[in-house]
Design a protein around this ligand. Structure first.
Ligand SMILES: NC(=O)c1ccc[n+]([C@@H]2O[C@H](COP(=O)([O-])OP(=O)(O)OC[C@H]3O[C@@H](n4cnc5c(N)ncnc54)[C@H](OP(=O)(O)O)[C@@H]3O)[C@@H](O)[C@H]2O)c1
Length: 324
């Protein structure tokens, strides 16, 4: 992959900010940094330029909850007409105790995937990803299960119980947090990251042959703002206890480096979910082999549900020709 143009979503804090800084250090020629407002994106770009002593940051307004903001960002990228080599879909959040549904009818922790899908499909349609582009989206260990306080939904069972076995309808219910979904913030987060892992597998089957997409958990890096909205039990009990255990936490810089590591992976592992070893939140990343992550019916259902909720599909994937 050429180290030319990268785009990092959610660059105004935490891992997105750290990733943008590292990319500059590694010689990327331009790093587009997004923020929910142009003012925040500009402030971030300016701060990064001072810190890295490199004038390579381009601010871009992108509020992933709002389809019109994604469309405006896409229009700005189309106007520039310069293809992206590395698309880092990092923005995300652990949701609040009080259930938040966006104006577009999506649960707040699920909303970044909908915006990321609209952005990615828009870039593909506009031929604004290089033929060998790499797409990395932030995943998290709860998607594979076994993380205390975070439980993902057994989607096939949920679909069988409430949706006559229709997994697409079941995933749509999770994206919208209803009907038949009880709101539990940490579980909504686990579901959001599970749907991301499935979406990545389905997108990989639709990408032109030279491109690749991976879900990558940055691992535990609690020195970011990720749990700013989380409940007190997670913030003041679970995380401090986990942080006492060696190997369960790492710096934002180390966590962000996982994204960059994955950006060098080959097309042979496109569509896979990379995370810490079982029982860990740091250390080397490895492919996650849990059977539910590899259920093709669930993967395709997730894709179809995201298409339905976002209103955007790759209608003719085979005919997509990337710019050179
Ligand atoms: N830190 C960890 O331990 C950890 C572990 C596993 C996975 N992750 C994942 O890593 C990613 C980055 O998290 P972080 O730790 O860096 O958290 P962070 O410090 O809170 O940064 C998250 C970034 O995403 C942006 N963002 C969130 N929702 C958005 C939306 N709807 N539209 C536009 N921007 C949005 C935030 O913007 P605002 O500040 O304006 O809201 C912020 O710039 C997330 O996807 C998170 O789930 C983190």
């Amino acid at each position: 992959m050429d180290h030319s143009i990268a785009l990092v979503t959610g660059a105004t804090s935490g891992l997105g900010y750290a990733a943008a800084r590292i990319l500059a250090g590694e010689g990327w020629r331009e790093i587009i940094v997004t923020g929910r407002s142009l003012a925040r994106a500009k402030e971030t770009a300016a701060q990064l330029a001072v810190e890295t002593k490199r004038q390579v940051f381009t601010p871009l307004e992108l509020e992933l909850d709002t389809p019109s903001s994604v469309r405006s960002a896409l229009a700005a990228l189309v106007k520039r007409g310069r293809p992206i080599d590395f698309l880092l879909l990092n923005a995300g959040l652990v949701p609040t105790k009080a259930r938040v549904i966006t104006a577009a009818g999506v649960e707040a922790s699920q909303a970044p995937l909908i915006g990321h899908h609209q952005l990615t499909v828009g870039l593909l349609r506009a031929n604004l990803l290089r033929p060998n582009a790499r797409i990395v989206i932030a995943g998290a260990e709860p998607a594979r299960g076994g993380v205390p306080m975070f439980k993902y939904t057994d989607v096939p069972a949920f679909a069988a119980k409430y949706f006559r076995g229709d997994q697409t309808a079941a995933v749509e219910a999770l994206l919208r947090n209803g009907p038949n979904v009880k709101y539990v913030p940490n579980n909504a987060y686990a579901d959001a990251k599970l749907i991301i892992a499935w979406w990545v597998a389905a997108l990989a089957r639709r990408l032109p042959s030279g491109m690749a997409v991976y879900a990558v958990s940055p691992g535990g890096a609690t020195d970011t703002k990720v749990v700013r909205n989380a409940g007190p039990l997670l913030k003041y009990v679970f995380i401090p206890i986990v942080n006492l255990i060696p190997g369960m936490n790492q710096t934002p810089e180390t966590a962000a480096r996982r994204y960059l590591q994955a950006s060098e992976f080959g097309t042979d592992v496109s569509g896979q979910f990379f995370a810490s070893a079982q029982g860990k939140f740091s250390g080397p990343i490895e492919t996650q082999r849990h059977p539910h992550l590899h259920d093709r019916t669930s993967q395709e259902a997730a894709w179809q549900a995201v298409v339905k909720v976002s209103g955007v599909d790759l209608s003719h994937p085979a005919s997509l020709s990337a710019v050179s």
